[in-house]
Structures are given as C-alpha cells and as structure tokens.
Design a protein around this ligand. Structure first.
Ligand code: COA
Length: 268
C-alpha cells in the first residue's frame, strides 16, 4: 500500500490546500477535474473527444494506486469549506525488480489555482514519500519542450534534463514537439554527475532565484527539506510556522528529512 496522510500547504498568495493520497471515493471529483483539465491544458496528451475511461475503470485505477507499493496518486484540496479538488499527481515506479528503483509522474493543477505553489507543494510531498520509500532512488517526468512554465518549475525544484525523445508529440500536420525527460534523485550517493539529490541543500550566502545548491553527483543526505526552493516556497516541513508555500501539519508519513526512513508510509 502506498499513501500519505493529509498535509497542509500554505500558498504563495494566501490560502492553503490539503494534500493527501487519492481514495476510491474521490472518483467523481477526479473525473470532474479531468474534464476541467481536458479543456484547460494545451500540453495534455489526450484530446477532447478521445476515448475516456469509465467510472468503474477510474475507480479501479485509484484502487491500484493505493495497492501498488511503488505507485502514488496525490490530490490537492482547497482548505476552505468547499474542499474542491485543485490538483492531481500520479507517480508510478517500475514493477519489475530491475525497474523498481525509479518512476515517473504527471501533474495537473486547476487553471484558477496555478502559480500559487500547489504544484510545487505536491512535488515536494511526492519527493518526501519517494525518499522514504525503500526502493525508489530516482523520480522522473516527461514534459513538452514547449511547456516552458512547467520546465522552469521543475528546474527550480532540482530536476535536470536527462534526455529527449525527439518529435515525440505530433501536434498537427508536420508539427512535432520533443518530449523532455527530467530527473532528480532521492537517495544519497546515487546521483550521477550533473544531477541533484533531494532534499536540495540551499547554498549559503546567495540570495534570490537560482540559489539552490545542487547536491550534484552525490549525497544531500541530512540537508533540510525546509527551504528547498530558493525562496523557501513549498518546502516540506514537519514543524510549525512554515514559510509561505510550506507543507506542514500532521505529516506522519511525510518526514521532513526522509532518506534515513527505510519504508514508505503505509508500508510497501
Ligand atoms: C505545470 C503546473 C502543474 C504547475 O503547477 P502550479 O501549481 O502552477 O505550480 P507552482 O505555482 O508551484 O509554480 C509555477 C511557476 O510558474 C509561475 N506562474 C505564474 N503564473 C502562473 C500561471 N498562471 N500558471 C502557471 N504558472 C504560473 C509561478 O510563479 C511559478 O514560477 P516560479 O517557480 O518561478 O515562482 C500547472 O501550471 C498546470 O497544471 N499546467 C497545465 C498542465 C501541465 O502543464 N502539467 C505539467 C505536465 S509535465
């Protein structure tokens, strides 16, 4: 089983969201959210009118995410009384032993909630979980080359471009877009040169953007997750008084510094 308990993330422009694992009972909200994304995501792979899963298939899919030890589906909910679903992240590690040490995720945030730190907070929750997982060493993603907002966000969080699948997406007659694959490591001592290990240790004495000190090529073990971004936004923190965008609360299963924790929350 893989799941994380509910954690609270304060947002950049005020307000907060709760982040927790998806449950089968979320299926209706997730389907509505998917419909919203279909109309509000120029970088989605599925296009309007293309085949869609049934509600039962979606429920079974969520159940599988809960059941598989190397899979995690996270949801973000507004912390106001409406409790609306505003973010979804799905991560899947390989099922074969030779592939179980890495996995890839996709992320979507409701159009009205973008640019406030929801995406960053969800990625931090994923990385904290992955760092505590007994097998996962590396977290990857694929992003449209043209999705500059998302690529900048991933770079700020420590992801580094690893490879490209050329002309992976065909977006019209004779029009192609590369798929850029990016990666970050979550266990000390395994990142190759040029890559970073989460939690990223912030470089001292350098302010502003780009002040994230990478743990390139090796361990960042013991580095504080808090302040993982250059401005301390959306850091995972188990303690009170978080900076804007920090994830906090009763995060029993999202430890602030995870690499020493041998098994993921919920057991794997
Ligand atoms: C990419 C995406 C998941 C990011 O989520 P998010 O909650 O907006 O992310 P954050 O707020 O944590 O960070 C977004 C960055 O873009 C900036 N931004 C500002 N306005 C923005 C807007 N309207 N939309 C998106 N980003 C905006 C933010 O300031 C931030 O930049 P910074 O890190 O340099 O400060 C979200 O924009 C989205 O769902 N996009 C459509 C689907 C998509 O592209 N998914 C990614 C596929 S790989």
């Amino acid at each position: 089983m893989s799941r994380i308990e509910r954690v609270r993330a304060s947002l950049r422009k005020g307000g907060a969201v709760f982040i927790r694992s998806a449950e089968p009972s979320d299926v209706g909200a997730l389907r509505d959210f998917e419909s919203h994304m279909l109309a509000n995501n120029p970088f989605g792979v599925r296009e309007p009118g293309e085949a869609q899963r049934t509600e039962q298939e979606d429920r079974q899919r969520i159940e599988r995410f809960v059941r598989e030890p190397g899979w995690l589906m996270l949801t973000a909910w507004t912390a106001n009384r409406h409790e609306e679903l505003v973010g979804e992240l799905s991560f899947r590690a390989g099922e074969r032993r030779k592939l179980a040490h890495h996995g890839s995720f996709g992320l979507s945030v409701h159009a009205a909630w973008r640019g406030r730190g929801v995406g960053s907070a969800m990625i931090h929750a994923l990385l904290a979980w992955a760092a505590a997982h007994r097998q996962i060493e590396k977290v990857t993603l694929g992003v449209f080359e043209t999705n500059t907002e998302a690529r900048r966000l991933y770079e700020r969080l420590g992801f580094v471009e690893e490879s490209r699948a050329l002309r992976y997406f065909k977006i019209g007659p004779g029009r192609y877009v590369d798929d850029v694959q990016m990666a970050i490591y979550v266990k000390p001592g395994v990142a190759p040169a040029g890559f970073k290990t989460w939690p990223i240790v912030e470089a001292k004495g350098r302010g502003g953007k780009g002040a994230v000190g990478g743990a390139a090529g090796g361990a960042a073990g013991g580095g504080a997750a808090k302040g993982a971004g250059p401005s301390g936004q959306a850091a995972v923190s188990g303690s009170g008084g978080p900076p804007t965008g920090a994830v906090s609360g009763s995060a029993t299963s999202v430890p602030p510094v995870a690499p020493s924790v041998p098994t993921p929350a919920g057991g794997a």
